[in-house]
Every structure is written in C-alpha cells, then in structure tokens.
Design a protein around this ligand. Structure first.
Ligand code: FEO
Length: 400
C-alpha cells in the first residue's frame, strides 16, 4: 500500500479528487474536475501538509489511516488557508486532538476566524526549520500566491517542494497522482486556465516568490492542485508560471463579444476575417454569453491582442461583456494591444464606456473604436476592417 502512495522518502500523497463541483470558486468551469492535494510525511514525527475540501473528508481520512493505522499525527502544516485546503482542519483536529498546527501569524488569524481554532499552534517565520527525523522542512513566506498568508514548504532532505496553489492546475487525477504514470497532455492547458483565473492578478508576487525560492534544488513539485511534477516536468511547470506571471503573450487576438440580435457578432466576424487575411493565424472568438469566462481569460493571458465587442444595453455596456471587462481589470493585465467595437439600436455609448474603462487599465489602444447604428453597411464594415488591420500591423511589428 505504502509504495502506491509514496512520492519520495517518507512522503505520501493523500489528496482527493472532486468530480462533483461544476464551478470552482462559483465561477470557473471544471470539465476535468479538480484535485485537492494533501501530503503526509510518515517520519519519526508525522506531519500532514494542508488538508482538503471538507466535502471530501471521509475519503481523505481513510487515506491517512491506510498509511498511519492508529498512530497519531504530530504536525499539521498549513501552507494556505483557502477553504479548499483548510476545510478539513477542524475535523482533523477532532480526530487527532494532540496535533500541533504550524503556520504563520496571518495563518492563525484566519484559522481562528474561519474555524475558531486558537490553541496548539506553532508559529513560523521566513526560513524557519522543522525537523521530523529523516526529513528537514524549511518554510518560505510567499504572500499573495494566492492569499496573504500563503507560505511554501521545502523538504531539504528529498528536494520536494510543497508549493500550495503555486504551480497548481485544474483537472482531477485519474488513476494516479504522479505525472509519469499519467497522460498529462491536457494538464498544460488546465494549468494556464488555473493560473489565469486564480493566480492571474498576482504576477508580481509570483515573481517575488521566484526570487525567494528559485534557486532551491527542487526535484519534485507537490502543489495543492494537479499532478505531482517530477523530472523534466519540474522545469516546464516553473517556466509556465514564469511566463504567465510576466504577462508575456504570443501573437494572436481574442475577440470577445456580446450580441443580442447578431449585429455585433457580424462586426466580430468581419474583424476576425480581416485579421486572418492580414496573416494573424491565432484568432480566438468568444461569445461572452456562451463561453465560460475562464476560457476567455485564459486566451487573454495567452495572446497579445484583445478586441472587445458590445451592444449598447439600457445605455450601458452589455452585462456579460462588462463582467469580462471587470475580470480583465481585476487581473491587472498589461502588455496587451486593445481595440473595441459595438452596435446600438437608438442611442449608443457602450463602446465609449469601454474606452474610458480601458484608460484605467492602461492597455495599449491600437485603433479607433467602431460603433454602428442598427446594422453594418459598406462604410462601417470597412471601419471594422481598418480596426483589424491596425491590430494586425501592431502585432506584426513585434515579429522583428
Ligand atoms: Fe486552492 Fe487558493 O486555494
């Protein structure tokens, strides 16, 4: 049994899969489910690293007991307090009443606030050590990857890095927790989608964390979501997070639009066609009322051009378009080219509202907005093509 769950040394995987939840954080779709990863170090002193969503507690406890039998757990190390990882703390504490909870000052404020737990705590600071016998752990404070209390734990004995949400990805673990036992093809896309939706606002803080932990001799990455990463995948996972947190993007355009009767969509089609005629092959069109926002946000992190289309709806931006704009703003997106367009029936204004919205975000507006009354005619169709050409020219100027 122990060999099936072993990662390295005395470290075991005791996480669980959730294939029930439709939307992560009530927002982001989960076509492949999600895993909540927790790790058990079965050393002279026994340590549990993070817990799981409380809905999975029974399965989780069974996994722990399969390894430990009746032996107690000495330490619960909390790298991150978001309830998908902290949700089982109260039940674990009830099951193991002598357990010592290890965290930082901010962890313990949240621990009391969420669960009323305020006893048997061991506070740690940046670079403090905890020796379990064979395994020596060191703690690194990495605030805002993804919450302020976030810390990461490095097992110096085996080179195993417990990185919390850092390096995480969506997708349940179908059959194994270990990358080399899985077909991991779909996890790369799910990693970009996870980063863009969950960590995307905190690019600077991810870069700060890299400065702190980037030189550690990491052999294995144990995040709170997704596979355990080993071998060459360690470098690849780090490079995905490095690229995304620098807001680097490849050539391409995301056209995200709302449309009630098809007129704004007609404009989107013309813009997309002209982009491809100009040699821009990566064009991703999203009807915002249909695509889950996570896919739109992921494409926006991937490609350098963004074009937003909206009808005027009750004198305002179409609600689903506004929701996407607010998600762009919330992620402090930068290093992107921007354009917008739209249509109206009796009074316009939504396109102008988008323009003022974007002034706050400081994206690089590459063309005049296009706003059409009723439906497209030859002149307004040409305005759409000009918008597309100006976006394409800007993108192509980056090729050199
Ligand atoms: Fe998976 Fe920020 O929690």
């Amino acid at each position: 049994m122990k060999d099936r769950t072993r990662i390295a040394g005395k470290i075991h995987y005791v996480g669980v899969n959730d294939r029930e939840k439709n939307l992560f954080e009530g927002l982001w779709s989960l076509p492949y489910g999600v895993s909540y990863n927790s790790y058990l170090i079965d050393d002279e002193k026994v340590a549990l690293i993070d817990t799981v969503d409380v809905s999975c507690y029974e399965k989780y406890l069974k996994k722990i007991k399969d390894i430990l039998g009746d032996r107690p757990i000495d330490y619960l190390i909390i790298n991150h307090m978001e309830p998908d990882h902290s949700g089982s703390i109260s039940l674990i504490k009830k099951e193991y009443p002598n357990i010592t909870i290890v965290g930082n000052r901010l962890t313990f404020g949240m621990l009391e606030g969420f669960y009323g737990v305020s006893d048997q705590l061991q506070i740690v600071k940046d670079k403090d050590e905890l020796n379990l016998g064979h395994h020596a752990l060191r703690f690194y404070m990495t605030p805002m990857v993804h919450w302020p209390e976030t810390m990461m734990t490095f097992d110096e004995t085996e080179g195993v890095f417990f990185s919390g949400d850092g390096f995480g990805c969506y997708g349940a673990l179908d059959g194994s927790f270990l990358d080399v036992r899985l077909n991991i093809d779909h996890f790369w896309g799910e990693m970009e989608r996870y980063y863009s939706t969950i960590v995307g606002r905190y690019g600077m803080q991810v870069q700060n964390a890299f400065k702190k932990v980037g030189k550690l001799p990491i052999q294995t990455i144990c995040s709170t979501h997704g596979p355990v990463w080993t071998g060459n995948n360690v470098k690849k996972v780090i490079s995905v997070y490095d690229r995304l947190s620098k807001y680097e993007a490849e050539e391409g355009v995301v056209i995200a639009y709302g449309s009630m009767y098809g007129n704004t969509e007609d404009m989107a089609e013309i813009i997309a066609e002209e982009l491809t005629l100009q040699g821009i092959k990566n064009v991703r069109m999203h009807n915002v009322s249909r695509s889950n926002a996570s896919y739109i946000i992921t494409d926006i992190f991937r490609y350098k051009g963004i074009i937003i289309g909206t009808p005027t709806y009750n004198n305002a931006i179409y609600p689903d378009v506004e929701a996407i704009l607010s998600k762009i703003k919330n992620r402090l997106l930068k290093n992107r080219y921007f354009g917008c367009f739209g249509s109206f029936s009796w009074a316009g204004g939504a396109v102008k509202q988008i323009t003022s919205f974007i002034e706050d975000v400081k994206l690089d507006v590459v063309a005049n907005p296009v706003e059409v009354k009723h439906s497209l005619d030859n002149e307004s169709a040409e305005s759409c093509r000009i918008l597309a050409r100006e976006m394409a020219d800007k993108l192509k100027s980056d090729r050199e």
